[in-house]
Write a protein that binds this ligand. Structure first.
Ligand SMILES: [Zn+2]
Length: 293
């Protein structure tokens, strides 16, 4: 079930939301990025690795959302990392007595029984100045930015020409902004895309958290597509985006888009900082109190 995307780098796609588990070959074992999602898939992955004599040496979660924080006992007890902000965010949630019920609302009921939760989110935060994942394998650069979630990180495996993008640069998912906690969800997202564009020249393969693995031509195309979507949100236009059109990979993505518009409008109304203006407004920023009717 593992498919190789470059020398020493493979991907296993989950049935849930085309989630990608990334397996990077190191000197004496592998690093797993965002292993998921269903119990049977994680067991199959562990079996594959065991049969090929590859112990799990480390894990990394690109961001603190449930589908990127999973683990399974059969994968062993290797250290699991995330950014310091990502780890702090999930630690706070795990300490919240209401977390179980929140999780129950987030995990779709049809797969809830199949998602292993016991080891969810048990990651250590790497100090902010950490440039690379500490492990014995190819250098993996951590490119942290504020976009989809607190402490979201993309990973650049320079010597393999691979960008692991977390929940950005997907052909299936629209940009999902951190509407609730970002200082400025739209501008933060655009800044993150600029950051990824800065390394795009070294990238031959982009692996999104959900969706298809893209080749060299896809890296800039996906950055542009994400940027166009976010700019349309900012400018009050209607994004012409295939991910929410009739040929969308997920037919529910259009509903997600509508909900995102709604949340941005609510946030804008609340504090006037979301940078979003309702359609039919001219480009001049109206006074705060007038931003949303
Ligand atoms: Zn995700």
């Amino acid at each position: 079930m593992l498919s190789q995307v470059a020398e020493g780098v493979s991907v296993q796609e989950s049935e849930f939301c085309k989630t990608n588990t990334v397996v990077v070959q190191g000197a004496a074992g592998v690093l797993l990025v965002d292993p998921g999602v269903l119990d049977a898939e994680l067991v199959a992955l562990a079996n594959d690795l065991r049969e090929s004599g590859q112990p799990v040496m480390a894990g990394f979660s690109t961001h603190p959302h449930w589908d990127h924080l999973l683990w399974h006992p059969s994968l062993g007890t290797a250290p699991r990392y995330g950014t310091i902000r990502g780890a702090a965010a999930i630690r706070a949630r795990l300490a919240d007595p209401g977390f179980e019920s929140l999780l129950a609302r987030m995990i779709p009921p049809d797969i809830a029984e199949q998602v292993p939760r016991d080891l969810l989110g048990l990651i250590a935060g790497l100090p902010a100045e950490t440039a690379r994942i500490p492990w014995d394998g190819p250098d993996i650069r951590i490119i942290e930015h504020q976009a989809h979630a607190a402490g979201h990180a993309a990973l650049l495996i320079e010597e393999r020409g691979i960008l692991v993008a977390g929940d950005m640069l997907s052909d299936a998912l629209i940009p999902l902004l951190d509407v609730m906690t970002a200082a400025d969800p739209i501008e933060d997202y655009l800044a993150a895309l600029d950051l990824l564009e800065g390394v795009a020249g070294d990238v031959d393969v982009v692996i999104p958290g959900h969706g298809s693995v893209g080749g060299a031509d896809q890296v800039r195309a996906r950055i542009e597509q994400d940027r166009a979507y976010v700019r349309a949100l900012r400018d009050g236009g209607t994004p012409a985006d295939p991910r929410i059109g009739p040929s969308a990979t997920f037919d529910w993505m259009h509903g997600v888009h509508e909900r995102q518009l709604q949340q941005l409008a609510e946030r804008s109304q609340r504090d006037g900082t979301a940078g979003w203006r309702p359609p039919d407004r001219d480009a001049v920023t109206p006074p705060r109190t007038d931003r949303v009717r």
